[in-house]
Write a protein that binds this ligand. Structure first.
Ligand code: NAD
Ligand code: UGA
Length: 436
């Protein structure tokens, strides 16, 4: 089938590439000239494992192309995906101005029946607004459908998530659109869940909020573990083995970040309130997340006593491993807080340095050698559990550091291992390991 994807960011680029990989003809469109130029030259503007290779393969096969020309894309395609960003407004509501703008543009160029697919994460009832907008701007007599097909991929494992999905949710209001979507996803026909459009939209916000709630829950439990002398890792295992609860998304840490959980929980809370329901639980999920991050920063400050002029090594800048994305990354808050008190910050990340440098140019950055920031450091702070961090040679780290203190926001090591290696070790929801 012929597909146009409008918005070629983390979601649009991955989705479009994966569609081309299963044989569809795809044009990925974006209004950012730098992005499209880079893609046309074979560069990939984001880091996602395997993406560069998959793009190259499908461009060579003639199934994948990039363009700024939305008019040509709309005319070419049978199915048009809207995959633009839906950032948070100061009120917490989702900002739908890019979705609205793209809907108008699509309408103006429609030359026959098309399915317009909402891929961006949007509040319930948005498809109705897209339908109304397109109806206003479209030429008389041209038919179309608006379908909701939310995306559940995670950054860092996006290709795998799209290629082997748990489920594909399609909210469609007509048989004609359902048939086209079934054809588009025929490779995954056992995984498709057809719903009405509103339910599909709500599934996305409800899923992300539930996952965020699970993380805040275990982080709250971690606080009680620290106060009571229990071990959150043991507790998480003990509750997760109940198949009704499940072991996933019970990793206590420095709090969730990224471009989606924080904004989607807020957006779901706001749309619920606007509809007349006070979803207080979601405000609490956010409050626990904020507190978790603040507590972590407090632990660092308490340990250092005076931050000024201390050499602070930060391992990991991306909001999670295997991505270059630093949107709402815990590392950004930590750098800000310690930088404001005069800390001398040395940070390592294999993919996210150039993005973090734009926010905090005064930090000394390393991309290659994970040991480089540790030389003469007063403290090592683990913020992202990259493989290189989890595989650190602790004897070497101990030798490099001025004082062997590790504060771990991801529980990347066991306290027993740290005790054996001679570190003072502070982690999340577990008893601290005292040093010498
Ligand atoms: P992104 O910022 O990486 O990409 C969005 C792209 O849309 C940008 O490249 C931007 O230039 C482009 N764009 C904006 N307005 C445009 C216009 N008028 N015409 C053409 N292009 C335009 O965002 P993202 O992370 O890919 O997220 C996109 C949507 O998908 C959001 O709603 C997000 O909540 C949702 N989502 C994201 C993820 C994720 O892991 N990042 C996962 C699931 C769902
Ligand atoms: C999340 C969802 O997992 C995807 O299903 C969804 O499509 C996506 O949001 C979205 O809508 O954008 P993503 O943000 O890429 O994906 O990454 P996650 O793996 O969910 O991690 C999010 C944050 O939670 C990270 O900061 C991670 O470190 C943190 N986390 C995750 C924990 O602190 N503990 C956990 O147990 C799991």
């Amino acid at each position: 089938m012929r597909i146009a994807i409008v918005g070629s960011g983390y979601v649009g680029l991955v989705t479009g590439t994966c569609f081309s990989d299963i044989g569809h003809e795809v044009i990925c469109i974006d209004n950012d000239p730098a992005k499209i130029e880079a893609l046309e030259q074979g560069e990939v503007p984001i880091y996602e494992p395997g993406l560069k290779e998959m793009i190259a393969k499908n461009v060579t096969a003639g199934r994948l192309a990039f363009s700024m020309d939305i008019k040509a894309g709309v005319k070419f395609a049978e199915v048009i995906f809207i995959a633009v960003n839906t950032p948070r407004m100061p009120s917490g509501e989702a900002n739908l101005k890019y979705v609205e703008a793209v809907s108008r543009e699509i309408a103006q160029h429609m030359n026959g029946y098309k399915v317009i697919v909402e891929k961006s994460t949007v509040p319930v009832n948005t498809s109705r607004k897209i339908f109304k907008t397109v109806s206003k701007y479209i030429k008389h007599g041209i038919e179309f459908d608006v379908v909701s097909n939310p995306e559940f991929l995670r950054e860092g494992s996006a290709l795998l998530d799209v290629s082997i999905p748990d489920r594909i949710v399609v909210g469609a209001g007509s048989d004609r659109a359902r048939k086209i979507m079934a054809e588009l996803y025929k490779e995954f026909k056992d995984k498709i869940l057809f719903t009405d459009v509103n339910s599909a939209e709500l599934i996305k916000h409800a899923a992300n909020s539930f996952l965020a709630m699970k993380i805040s829950y275990i982080n709250a439990v971690a606080q009680v573990c620290e106060l009571s002398g229990a071990d959150v890792e043991e507790v998480a295992r003990g509750i997760g083995l109940d198949s009704r609860i499940g072991t996933k998304f019970l990793r206590a840490g420095v709090g969730f970040g990224g471009s989606c959980f924080p904004k989607d929980v807020d957006a779901f809370e706001r749309i619920s309130r606007n509809l007349g329901y006070d979803f207080n639980l979601l405000r609490e999920v956010q409050a626990i997340n904020k507190l978790q991050r603040a507590q972590f920063i407090k632990k660092i400050k308490d340990q250092l006593w005076v931050v000024q002029d201390k050499k602070i090594a930060i391992l990991g800048l991306a909001f999670k491993p295997d991505t270059d994305d630093i949107r709402e990354a815990p590392a950004a808050d930590i750098i800000k807080a310690l930088g404001e008190e005069g800390g001398d910050i040395y940070a390592w990340d294999p993919q996210a340095v150039s993005k973090m440098r734009q926010l905090y140019p005064d930090v000394t950055y390393f991309e290659k050698d994970v040991y480089a920031p540790l030389q003469d450091a007063d403290v090592c702070i683990i913020v992202t559990e990259w493989e290189d961090v989890c595989n650190l040679d602790l004897a070497r780290v101990r030798e490099l550091m001025k004082y062997p203190l590790i504060i771990d926001g991801r529980n990347a090591f066991t306290p027993a291992k740290m005790a054996r290696a001679g570190f003072e070790y502070i982690s999340i929801g577990r008893a601290p390991v005292k040093g010498k």
